[in-house]
Write a protein of this length. Structure first.
Ligand code: TRP
Length: 330
């Protein structure tokens, strides 16, 4: 009997210790803020945005695994992945969610109306149905827009190609961000009296054939912030080079991959802004007090190898700008 009491006492002691330990773990876990990140896919610009985001958090003192828990999910350009991943992220009840790209942000927005969502580089939060009031976000969503300086880009095309007859534009019809970019390009071209011919693809499988046909009908091509095309630039560049026609894409990384030139919003800085807003919310700021942020100024970017290959003369003043405050790919 005595032995039995002894055993029970030990058991009780053991359970008590286990219980307290478990409890401590729990409070520890809830003390570390959790951030769920969802991105549509890998392409160089999105990867740069995410790097800027991580570095931005670090600069504010947050290191993943130490004093913040970051759950990064990449949907590999698959709509059903976006849905399952956003549900899973929301189920974990993180403090903040971050949606990199329009489709990822839309999937998160469909999954929760109360966890704060920070948009990491959504071209047009308004037309993609995410935020109504960009100055005073009305719900659980705010963040950063990566809208490209399209007017500046079109002026640049005119400078490179004073004899331009027809400008082509190619975009993915299922990508809300590409469509909003396309509409803006269309409107600006009308104002600037540039003759524009539009070509759309349903997905990357179309890009080879559609762009091949396109390059026969135009003198140069502009590409909006289109995730599908950004992820398949080699195909577009191959056909452009075969036709000897230049591509003026939305972002610097697309110039690096074989575009000719552009004014690009700095993708790394977009990621840092996204981190700043995430930290603001972690520190208790209300979503409604954080207006949508945007980088207005485009950085000049040139690919000199492409200029040489296409035998296109780079305007002297633009090259100087690139060397001084932009990017030169050689
Ligand atoms: N703006 C895109 C979207 O809303 C995402 C994006 C960010 C992007 N940077 C880019 C797309 C550069 C193409 C190229 O989905």
């Amino acid at each position: 009997m005595k032995r039995m009491y002894g055993l029970i006492a030990i058991l009780v002691l053991f359970l008590t210790v286990a219980f307290f330990k478990e409890d401590q773990n729990k409070t520890k876990q809830t003390q570390i803020p959790e951030v769920g990140v969802l991105t549509l896919m890998h392409h160089p610009s999105l990867d740069e945005i995410y790097q800027g985001f991580l570095d931005g958090l670090k600069q504010k003192g947050y290191r993943d695994g130490k004093n913040i828990k970051i759950d990064y999910q990449n949907a590999n350009n698959d709509q059903s992945n976006l849905q399952t991943m956003s549900t899973r992220l929301v189920d974990q009840r993180p403090n903040v969610l971050v949606g990199i790209t329009t489709p990822a942000a839309q999937a998160l927005a469909n999954a929760t109306t109360n966890i704060p969502i920070v948009l990491g580089a959504v071209t047009n939060p308004q037309t993609s149905g995410l935020v109504k009031n960009m100055a005073h976000p009305e719900a659980n969503i705010t963040g950063v827009s990566d809208a490209a300086p399209i007017k500046q880009q079109l002026q640049l095309i005119k400078e490179f190609m004073p004899n331009l007859q027809t400008l082509g534009v190619i975009y993915t019809s299922s990508d809300a961000s590409a469509v909003s970019g396309f509409h803006e390009i269309e409107a600006e071209c009308r104002k600037m009296h540039i003759k524009l011919k539009a070509f759309s693809i349903a997905n990357s499988n179309d890009l080879n054939q559609v762009s091949e046909q396109m390059f026969r009908q135009i003198d140069a091509v502009i590409v909006p912030t289109d995730n599908t095309i950004a992820g398949a630039m080699q195909t577009l560049v191959k056909n452009g080079n075969a036709a000897g026609k230049p591509i003026f894409p939305a972002a610097a990384n697309m110039v690096k991959q074989g575009g000719l030139a552009t004014y690009s919003v700095n993708q790394y800085e977009l990621g840092k802004l996204t981190a700043d807003m995430t930290v603001d919310i972690l520190h208790g700021k209300k979503v409604s007090s954080l207006p949508i942020k945007r980088i207005q100024k485009g950085q000049p970017v040139i690919n000199l190898k492409q200029a040489k290959r296409l035998k296109i003369k780079v305007p002297e003043s633009f090259l100087k700008q690139c060397e001084k405050q932009g990017v030169v790919y050689r």
